[in-house]
Write a protein that binds this ligand. Sequence first.
Ligand code: C2E
Ligand code: MG
Ligand code: MG
Length: 639
Amino acid sequence: MLNIEVQMCGLVLTLLLIFFSMRHERTGLYSEHLFHISLIVSLCCITLDILSVIGISYQDSVAEWLTVLLCKLYLVSLLTASYMGFVYSYSDVKKLRDNKLLRISQLFLEILGDTLIMISPVYYYRNDRYVYSYGPAANFTFMFCPLYIFGALLITFIYAKKINPHRKRAVRAWMAIELLAAGLQFLKPELLLVGFGETLGMIILYAELENPDAILDRVTGVFSHSVLRDYLQQLYDNHRSFSCVFVCTESEWRLDVALENQIKLDMVAFFGQVSSAKLFRGTGNDFVLVYIDSAEQDAESRSKADIAVIEQRFKEPWEGGNRIDMSVMYLPRHDIVDAADELLAVYHYHRSELNEGANELMLLGDYSAESIREFKTVHREILQAVSDDRIEVFYQPIYSFEHDSFVSAEALARLRDSDGNIMMPGRFIPVAEESGMIESIGECVLEKTCIALKDGRLRELGTDYIEVNLSVAQCENAKLASIYTGIMERHGLQKNLINLEITESAVLNMKNILIENMKELREKGCTFSLDDFGTGESNLNYIVDMPVDIVKFDRSMVQKYFTSERAKIVMTASVNMVKQLGYKIVAEGVESFEQLASMKELGIDYIQGFYFSRPLPYNEFVAFITEKNRRPVLGTALG
Ligand code: C2E
Ligand code: MG
Ligand code: MG
């Protein structure tokens, strides 16, 4: 009886693994390639293990040189398997992949180990229950293998953050099994566990992350979106030229699930027919086609030709007569962006700008990458500025016709960047809104405004309240009221010193949460203004039941009043209606004396504009109102 039952199981399992993993289309990823080589090495290992046991068991009928050769080749395959484990362990770490010294030394070690195994004698033992080999060649194997095994384990710890967590877990388990099997076999040579240990390692790799089913989209069978990043990064790493076509279909098709799936399958079949590109799922219902330069034709011209065909096809109905709207986002050359993460960021960033039903073609050019770089730069600046306390507040004085003095101001955020320059809100507020940083900025502005108002000096100088902007995202936060009252209370501030500016879009979005917040803040004494009036839909229906005190007419509306007759009519009517509803009005963007006079005539209550002052840092603002509020500002100038 041969002691090869375990190896036979290992052989069957390895063959099954090979069958299942080779069945699918390949991604072409480096780690997948290494896994396939490891599988072949594992197959050789287990086969040679079996053959060597047969050779030893049937010494009388098998030539001795052949048995010796099989034993040595088996040992060589064991060393190669550990070598593969080592190489696989750092397949995510570009720094190590590109390290020539590492590659040469690991190869040198492998060749040295193989040579020592091949030239050293190997002995074998046989009794009626089991056989095994031993001697110097086996000892060399047990000496060299742990170098790779410990090396692989070490890499998973040193580069823990750079390695895919699944790969990390798989490599650690694989190496631990190898180590255990080798240790047991070293102590009890007749156990012959090492070859089977290698098979178990392969099963773990397969189950953890090299299972093609895990990287395929369940519905369509094409590569999933998660693989796209690794694939693109590999193309960048290998300096391959490529183009990308993002087929962006509506995010909701509103069809029966079975029908949707059928249409997706039909789309995949269509892409397969018309294009030689590698196909991936994008986000939502998108598909991504990646074209690599080939010997016959470059990626750009192939992709360009395909786009026309794809657009044509989408004009026709799919299964069940359903038309699916789609737009194409096109990256003609890979070098427009520098890395896979950046490319995917550009895709996601511009995806939201696509008008889904419009069947448009968005060409991703240098500007697309530029806009995402700008977003990242500003985002980084915001994070730094918030943590370094570099958000500053400027105050723009607000003049009252009734009092002929400056009665309030608007607190406007400024970001002092790392070079000490001022960054304007037009640049950082949209990024802060999109990245969620707006809440921190808003709280910081309120905090600083509270500090400015705390000692009562501004009040003495005639400032009744300060207006603080709230962005839409803040209004949708159910905790806004408690956070804001918390800040004001911490500074012991009377709440009626703060007027909060909300915008029309906030009113449109999450009205219930906003109303609750407003109710709570109003009960504590805060007042509210409606900002940006005249920029959006300007539907007065939205504001009739809003508990605001002031409506701020946007600069664009005020400016148009002086250039367009029709705009003049609209603004005049709006002023009348808003006043009849009982709100006070601030006109923003008043830049000249003539404009000021017209606004007075129109019945506007307050003026905020460069005619009086730009937004000023706290000290300059104090100096400004100290000077201006000493006596009537206009006196008899406007009659
Ligand atoms: P806004 O709330 O409508 O603020 C008025 C903007 O108009 C200010 O621009 C102000 O400098 C500008 N402005 C006022 N009078 C004139 C004028 O006569 N001529 C011209 N050309 N401009 C005038 P700023 O400070 O650049 O702020 C722009 C926008 O950024 C603000 O518009 C507001 O929506 C947002 N923002 C500023 N600070 C904050 C903040 O702390 N939180 C939030 N959520 N948004 C803020
Ligand atoms: Mg404002
Ligand atoms: Mg405004």
